[in-house]
Design a protein around this ligand. Structure first.
Ligand SMILES: NC(=O)c1ccc[n+]([C@@H]2O[C@H](COP(=O)([O-])OP(=O)(O)OC[C@H]3O[C@@H](n4cnc5c(N)ncnc54)[C@H](OP(=O)(O)O)[C@@H]3O)[C@@H](O)[C@H]2O)c1
Length: 278
């Protein structure tokens, strides 16, 4: 398979490159060499490389920033995937696109299924949902993978931020009333490889097993890192942020587990491996 990875310098992409290299031909590109907001920027990559699959890891990922930069968030997260879908359709390529748990409003009491209605609370979530819809309106050869709370070696993330703060301060405060599923980018990348090799189509949820709050995740990360700092639970209301986030965004991964014959490990196990590597 010839795979074009877009957004190749991003966190997930770094692990995806590791997961695919050696067994598949990779073409890597990122901003500013390619700008997915513009078809004229995208098409030359398709004409030159003629990929079988395209993995879109490019996105506008600043959740709070999107609240005041709506146009850029929609251009990258909604127009971009639509343009990639058009380019894939024109070249007979398949598109794997990464989406998010933030398409849900968090009102459900149990893990979200792929068939549950989406109703994002933030501009970021709205732009990501619009991206899913643009792809679906364009063609059928897509695989949309929604993931959540990601940590990987290729970028700054919640775990690296919390460990840095905990190393500097005797106490760090973390919200305890937002619950979701942490996800190792390496585990997600390994699953993406299986999914692409199986030519899966449609929408799938992929995250590590287990549900926790940001506080519980931070406490575990700080303990595993051996940092001597107290992690203190607080409520979302105590630290207002520009973007609203779902109170509960855990996703049910039984569809991907069934279709790929997978057992997805618990986030604690994935976090232990991650902390040991950073
Ligand atoms: N991180 C999470 O917790 C999380 C959770 C759920 C879902 N996701 C989704 O997972 C995917 C990967 O996330 P990530 O955290 O790995 O992202 P990331 O580290 O922020 O990387 C995104 C990449 O996209 C590039 N990019 C931005 N605008 C672009 C454009 N117009 N054209 C081409 N490339 C552009 C960025 O380049 P510049 O840096 O130069 O802008 C960056 O290299 C995204 O779709 C995200 O929505 C992430």
């Amino acid at each position: 398979m010839k795979l074009l990875i877009i957004g190749a310098n991003g966190m997930l992409a770094r692990d995806a490159i590791e997961a695919f290299q050696g067994s598949h031909e990779l073409v890597l590109c990122d901003h500013p060499d390619i700008d997915i907001r513009y078809i004229d920027s995208v098409m030359p990559f398709f004409d030159r490389h003629r990929p079988d699959w395209v993995l879109n890891c490019a996105a506008y990922t600043n959740v709070d920033g999107a609240e005041t930069d709506r146009d850029t968030a929609f251009a990258v997260n909604a127009d971009g995937p639509g343009i990639l879908a058009r380019a894939c359709r024109a070249h007979g390529a398949r598109l794997c696109h990464i989406s998010t748990d933030f398409v849900f409003n968090g009102c459900k009491q149990e893990p979200y299924l792929e068939t549950d209605p989406a109703s994002p609370l933030s501009v970021y979530g709205q732009s990501k949902l619009a991206g899913e819809q643009r792809i679906q309106e364009t063609f059928e050869d897509y695989l949309i993978v929604r993931s959540s709370w990601m940590f990987g070696r290729g970028g700054k993330n919640f775990i690296t931020t919390i460990c840095r703060l905990a190393a500097q301060k005797p106490e760090v405060q973390v919200v305890d009333d937002q619950r979701g599923c942490p996800t190792s980018a390496a585990d997600l990348a390994a699953i993406l490889r299986i999914a692409l090799e199986k030519n899966l189509r449609g929408i799938y949820h992929v995250c590590n097993a287990g549900v926790c709050s940001w506080f519980e995740l931070a406490r575990e990360a700080v303990a595993l890192s051996g940092i001597n700092s107290r992690v203190v639970p607080i409520s979302t209301a105590q630290i207002p942020r520009p973007a609203r986030r779902p109170a509960f965004s855990a996703m049910d991964c039984s569809k991907i587990s069934r279709d790929c014959g997978l057992h997805i490990r618990h986030w604690r196990e994935a976090l232990r491996d991650y902390i040991a590597q950073i």
